[in-house]
Ligand binder design. Structure first.
Ligand code: GDD
Ligand code: MG
Length: 335
């Protein structure tokens, strides 16, 4: 089966990190987010993925320079100006004349895609949306359904007091090729604000499947951090990164890392390849990237420290995401 992955957005809510690295290529627990997503698609039989690119396309073509991810074939389609979610799908799916999966490129989930496609088949739908339940739906597409799954309405980001249900668009769709015929070519079109609402004008076309699977949109700094905690806590499988070993319960260490015997590591923690944790350092609920240096007596709490950062001896950081290659001097730093 083929999939289209929407990765054209600018990731504005994760600036300044996304000034240099597009959101899907930011690591989650030391593995690029998009690699985690492609691995999930591959586990459910997707053998070809089209990446719908707009922002910083060369970062993707460089990262996947052989146009493959394991056994999966990759295709890159670049928009020269943003075409929106539906316009982007239409443009990327040119030439695909069969049923396809589509996903937002910032959703971390272990949804059972095979069951999702079966549900789509059983409903005889033209498009099926996966739904997740969240406490505050106002930042999402809100999707009330009938008991059989047929969508009643699709309301993108409604005001908090007008939210009809807690079930939201989880950003994974099964689409029949006929859905693409209804999207004008080469125009900026939103699937959430235009395509789905328009499909509701005729009954029987649009269905949605509720699921309790793990689900998180990584698009804000808080959620980006939360994704690290969840992955390191084993909520998406163990180990959180291939090759990591469990140092103590919920504390994972990648090959080549060294940890002083008197360092204190409080789960969930992941120490990246060749990272160094100095004597008396304390690391709590944090992830260190590859080649990170943590000086003696330094303290890190609830932080994500990306590759090759150095943290000075005695420094103290809390609630931060630290960009790659940064040098953190002594003294407290809080996010
Ligand atoms: N190719 C392309 N072109 N991709 C785009 C464009 C575009 O013009 N605009 C956005 N994208 C991609 C983003 O890169 C992201 O992967 C995905 O489309 C969704 O965009 P976001 O900007 O992350 O949207 P959102 O999080 O506010 O809302 C969307 O996701 C929610 C679930 O996380 C909507 O689909 C909501 O309905 C949904 O609930
Ligand atoms: Mg998003």
């Amino acid at each position: 089966m083929k999939a289209v992955v929407l990765v054209g957005g600018e990731g504005t809510r994760l600036r300044p990190l996304t000034y240099t690295t597009p959101k899907p290529l930011l690591p989650i627990a030391n593995v690029e987010f998009l690699e985690r997503q492609l691995a999930w698609l591959a586990r459910h039989g997707v053998d070809e993925a089209v990446l719908s690119l707009g922002y910083m396309p060369e970062a993707f073509t460089r990262h996947f320079h052989d146009e493959r991810f394991g056994d999966m074939k990759l295709r890159f389609v670049v928009e020269h100006e943003p075409l929106g979610t539906a316009g982007g799908i239409r443009f990327a799916a040119e030439g695909i004349n069969e049923r396809m999966l589509v996903c937002n490129g910032d959703v971390l989930t272990d949804l059972d895609l095979s069951a999702f496609v079966r549900f789509h088949d059983e409903c005889g739908a033209e498009a099926t949306i996966s739904l997740a339940q969240v406490e505050d739906p106002s930042a999402f597409g809100v999707v009330p359904t009938r008991t059989d799954g047929e969508v009643i309405a699709f309301v993108e980001k409604p005001p908090r007091e007008q939210v009809p249900t807690n079930w939201i668009n989880a950003g994974t769709y099964v689409l029949e090729p006929s859905v693409l015929d209804g999207i004008p070519a080469r125009l900026n079109v939103s699937i959430e604000r235009e395509t789905f609402p328009r499909m509701l004008e005729r009954p029987g076309r649009l269905y949605a499947m509720q699921s309790d699977a793990y689900w998180l949109d990584i698009g804000t700094p808080q959620k980006y951090f939360e994704a690290h905690v969840d992955v390191c806590s084993g909520r998406l499988g163990r180990p959180p990164v291939a090759g990591a070993s469990e140092w103590s319960s919920g504390v994972w260490v990648q090959p080549g890392a060294t940890i002083a015997p008197d360092a204190e590591l409080v789960a969930p923690v992941l120490i990246g390849e060749r990272a160094n944790v100095g004597s008396g350092a304390r690391i709590e609920a944090s992830v260190l990237g590859a080649d990170v240096e943590v000086g003696a007596g330094a303290s890190l709490a609830r932080s994500v420290v990306l590759d090759a950062v150095s943290v000075a001896p005695g420094a103290s950081i809390a609630d931060l995401v630290v960009a790659p290659d940064a040098a953190l001097p002594c003294g407290p730093r809080e996010g």
